[in-house]
Write a new protein. Structure first.
Length: 149
């Protein structure tokens, strides 16, 4: 019994003696060093945005991947090949800058093909990857599972 009490006491005291990787004071004042993201949400208020002046709402206008609305040249990683389906020839190998440049050049050289691919992708994303499609897929899975009971 003494051994158990000693272990509990030791477990309670040791964390207080161990040096923290990030001090409590730094976490409390995490907003004063936004570049370091000391907390998951960026600060204790959980505002989940950065006060860095390089990040501005106006920059969002420069983003071009909008659910397949514009011509894209993405890397062949993760679930992207599933989304691209019959258009996987447009994907480039990840980590190879030359492959990315070639994919972008191909899209620029043939804008009609790139636009047709973007239209096809937009339709595919709406049919298979929209929030509505995802919810319907999950609900169908539940219905099928319950029907087997």
């Amino acid at each position: 019994m003494k051994s158990l009490a000693a272990r509990i006491l030791l477990a309670a005291i040791l964390p207080a003696l161990a040096p923290a990787q990030v001090s409590f004071d730094r976490i409390v004042h995490a907003g004063s060093e936004p570049r370091n993201w000391l907390t998951y949400s960026g600060n204790l208020q959980g505002t989940r945005f950065s006060s860095l002046d390089q990040i501005k709402a106006g920059h969002a206008a420069n983003l071009d991947l909008k659910g397949g609305a514009l011509a894209q040249s993405p890397a062949n990683v993760g679930g992207i090949p599933e989304i691209f389906d019959t258009h996987t020839d447009a994907l480039f190998a990840p980590g190879i800058v030359g492959a990315m440049a070639d994919a972008i050049e191909a899209a620029l050289d043939d804008p009609a093909t790139a636009a047709a691919r973007a239209k096809s992708l937009r339709e595919r994303i709406f049919l298979h990857f929209s929030q509505k499609a995802m919810v319907e897929g999950v609900m169908a899975g539940y219905r099928e599972t319950f029907a087997k009971r």
